[in-house]
Each structure stands twice: as C-alpha cells, then as structure tokens.
Design a protein around this ligand. Structure first.
Ligand SMILES: [Zn+2]
Length: 139
C-alpha cells in the first residue's frame, strides 16, 4: 500500500513539475519578446558572440556529464540477474530494483520483483542455486 502511495505521489510531483516548467517557459518567452527589441541594439556583437560561445561550451560540458552518469548506471549480467557494482540486484525482465525475498536463506538467495510479482532467483549456469554468502563475495 505504501508503494502505491509513493507511486501516486511521484506521478503528482511529475505533473506539478511539468506544469510549473511550462508556465516558466511561457513567462520567459513573453518577457523576452517584449524586452529583446529594446535591449538588442544596445548589446555589442562581441558580447553576444561570447555569450553564444559560453552557452555552447556549457552545453557540451553538460552532455559529457550526462554521458558519464548514464554509463555509470550500467548493469552487468550474472547468474541470470542484472547487478550494479554496489551489490544491488535488478530484475532482468523489467530492470527494476529487486527486494530480498522472505524465502531467501543463507544457502539459497531469492529476490522478489515488486513489478513483475515474481520470485527472481540467481542460478549458476548449470542450474544450481547461488547462496547469499557467494553473492556477498562477488562485490
Ligand atoms: Zn520485474
């Protein structure tokens, strides 16, 4: 029930951020349309060019940072599940974070996918069960 409430809260937050962003862009566009014809003749071309170059460089920097964080999020595949370097297990079907299953024991590791509503069990290639102890040594 708490997860549903979290999901609803997240959706409401997304809609609010979208609405506020749209309003901000509309206001900025309106102000710019009125102010620019007055201000533009007063600004030197060198200043505009330097602002453009600065903006371009900041965008390139932002792109590099975005690529860096995107690559950092990469998963690796082992025992039939997806993993992150911090030891978190992710569902191979929906790529959501797995929860520890109540069926899990020291000898048999089992996870629960809250999205697929299925038990996800790490298995060796030959099909035998992976222990929690073995998983903890992996990281
Ligand atoms: Zn899943």
């Amino acid at each position: 029930m708490k997860m549903v409430a979290d999901l609803v809260l997240k959706r409401i937050l997304d809609v609010l951020i979208g609405a506020v962003s749209g309003l901000f862009i509309f206001a900025a566009g309106t102000i710019t349309a009125q102010v620019m014809p007055v201000v533009f003749p007063l600004i030197s071309k060198e200043f505009l060019l330097s602002i453009f170059l600065l903006s371009f460089l900041l965008n390139v920097l932002l792109l590099i940072v975005a690529i860096y964080f995107y690559r950092k999020r990469d998963f690796f595949y082992r025992f039939g599940l997806l993993w992150r370097k911090n030891g978190e297990a992710y569902c191979p079907a929906c790529k959501n974070l797995l929860m520890n299953s109540k069926e899990s024991s020291l000898n048999v590791a089992k996870f629960w996918c809250p999205t697929c509503k299925e038990v996800r069990q790490p298995l060796f290639e030959e099909g035998s069960e992976v222990s929690i102890e073995h998983l903890s040594k992996m990281f």
